[in-house]
Design a protein around this ligand. Structure first.
Ligand code: SF4
Length: 347
C-alpha cells in the first residue's frame, strides 16, 4: 500500500482515488471533510477506492506528488481510472457525483403507485431538500424541475447539491425581462445544467398575435395569452415526465395557494403517454423570509430584478415592482381581481 493511503473496497472496475489535504496541524482540510461528508450522505463513500493524503508539511507526500503529476494544486480532487482509459481528474465532488457516480433510479416508480396523501403527510414538515430527494430518488431525470427565473432557483440549487443528474425546464414565453433571460443563463452556467427552454408553438402564437396583437391581456385578461405562451408549452414539457417540482409556496397567495401540499397528484396535466403526474412543491411550507435566508446563507444566485423591488417575477408586461407592505402577488396582473392571478400552470 502507498504511504499515507488507506484502501477501501469497491466492486467496480472503475477505480477512484481521492486526494485529501492534511494541514500542518494534523487536521483534515475543511473542504476535504465536506466532500467526504457529502459522499457519505449520498451512500457513495464506498465508491472511493483509495484515499491519498497531501500533507501540507511534506511536499513529497503521495497526494502532493499526484497533484504535481496531474497539475492540480488544490485538494480535494479525485482521479478516476477506467480500464484502458487515461485517468480523468475531477476537482469538484459534485461534478464527480453527477458525471460518474449518480445512477439513474432503479425503480422509476409509477406515479399511480404513489399514495400521495400519505407521502404528503409524512413529508409535510421535512426540509425542502428531503422532499426533493424523495422525488429524485424515485424518478431521477424523469422528474423535471420547473424554473421560472425567480427565487425558485433554490430548488435547482438544492437538487444540484445532492448530485443527482438534473432535468430543468423553463417556460420561455418570449416576454420575459432581459434580466430574467440573463439570470436563466447564469443559472445554466453556475450549475452546469442544461435548461430546456420551452417556447410557444410558433403557428399558434403567430395566429394569436395576428388576431389580438401583443397586449390583448390588458383588455380581456391574461388567460388566452398565458394559454398560448405558458400552458401549452408546459403540457409539452410535462408530457416527457413522470413528476415535476415547482417553487410554489403557500405564502405566495392567500387566495390561491394557501392549501398546496408538498406532494400531490397533478389534477390538471398529464405525463408520459397521458399517464398521471406527481407534483412536488418542496417549498410549500417555507415563507419568503426562509427562502431569502437560504439564498443568502448558501450563496445562491438571484435575479437582479429582486434588487429593484420585484418580488414575484413573470413576464415583463404583466409584472411590476411592489410597494412596501404590498403582497407579492400584487405585482402580477394588477389590473385583474386577486383571485384570478394565476396563469393556469397550477390550477
Ligand atoms: S404573463 Fe402576460 S405576457 Fe406572459 S403569457 Fe401571461 S398574459 Fe402573456
Amino acid at each position: 500500500m502507498t504511504r499515507g493511503a488507506e484502501t477501501l473496497c469497491s466492486p467496480l472496475p472503475m477505480r477512484i482515488t481521492m486526494v485529501k489535504k492534511r494541514l500542518a496541524s494534523g487536521e483534515t482540510c475543511r473542504k476535504c471533510a465536506q466532500a467526504e461528508e457529502l459522499l457519505r450522505s449520498r451512500g457513495l463513500w464506498d465508491r472511493i477506492d483509495e484515499v491519498v493524503w497531501a500533507d501540507e508539511a511534506d511536499p513529497a507526500s503521495p497526494g502532493n506528488e499526484l497533484g504535481a503529476r496531474f497539475g492540480v494544486s488544490l485538494a480535494p480532487f479525485f482521479i478516476v481510472r477506467d480500464d484502458g482509459q487515461s485517468p480523468i481528474v475531477y476537482e469538484s465532488v459534485l461534478k464527480l457525483i453527477q458525471e460518474r457516480l449518480a445512477s439513474p433510479p432503479t425503480r422509476l416508480e409509477s406515479p399511480d403507485a404513489v399514495d400521495v396523501e400519505t407521502v404528503a403527510r409524512e413529508l409535510g414538515d421535512r426540509h425542502p431538500s428531503e422532499i426533493l430527494r424523495w422525488g429524485l430518488e424515485r424518478w431521477g431525470k424523469a422528474l423535471g424541475i420547473a424554473f421560472s427565473g425567480a427565487e425558485d432557483v433554490v430548488v435547482v440549487h438544492m437538487a444540484s447539491e445532492m448530485g443527482f443528474p438534473l432535468s430543468v425546464f423553463c417556460l420561455d414565453t418570449g416576454r420575459l425581462h432581459p434580466e430574467t433571460y440573463r439570470f436563466i443563463d447564469a443559472v445554466r452556467r453556475r450549475y452546469k445544467v442544461e435548461i430546456d427552454l420551452m417556447a410557444p408553438d410558433a403557428p399558434k402564437l403567430e395566429s394569436f398575435v395576428k388576431r389580438k396583437g401583443l397586449f390583448s391581456f390588458y383588455d380581456d385578461g391574461h388567460g388566452e395569452c398565458c394559454g398560448v405562451r405558458k400552458v401549452e408549452p408546459l403540457q409539452r414539457a410535462l408530457g416527457k415526465l413522470r413528476a415535476w417540482a415547482t417553487g410554489q409556496r403557500r405564502d405566495q397567495s392567500p387566495s390561491t395557494r394557501s392549501a398546496i401540499a408538498v406532494v400531490e397528484r397533478d389534477s390538471t396535466f398529464s405525463g408520459i403517454s397521458g399517464a398521471p403526474l406527481v407534483k412536488l412543491n418542496p417549498l410549500a411550507s417555507w415563507t419568503s423570509g426562509q427562502v431569502w435566508q437560504y439564498i443568502r446563507e448558501n450563496g445562491v444566485p438571484f435575479n437582479s430584478l429582486h434588487e429593484r423591488g420585484f418580488i414575484s417575477i413573470g413576464c415583463e408586461p404583466c409584472t411590476r415592482a411592489t410597494l412596501p407592505g404590498e403582497h407579492e402577488r400584487a405585482g402580477r396582473w394588477w389590473w385583474e381581481e386577486a383571485t384570478k392571478r394565476e396563469c393556469g400552470l397550477h390550477s
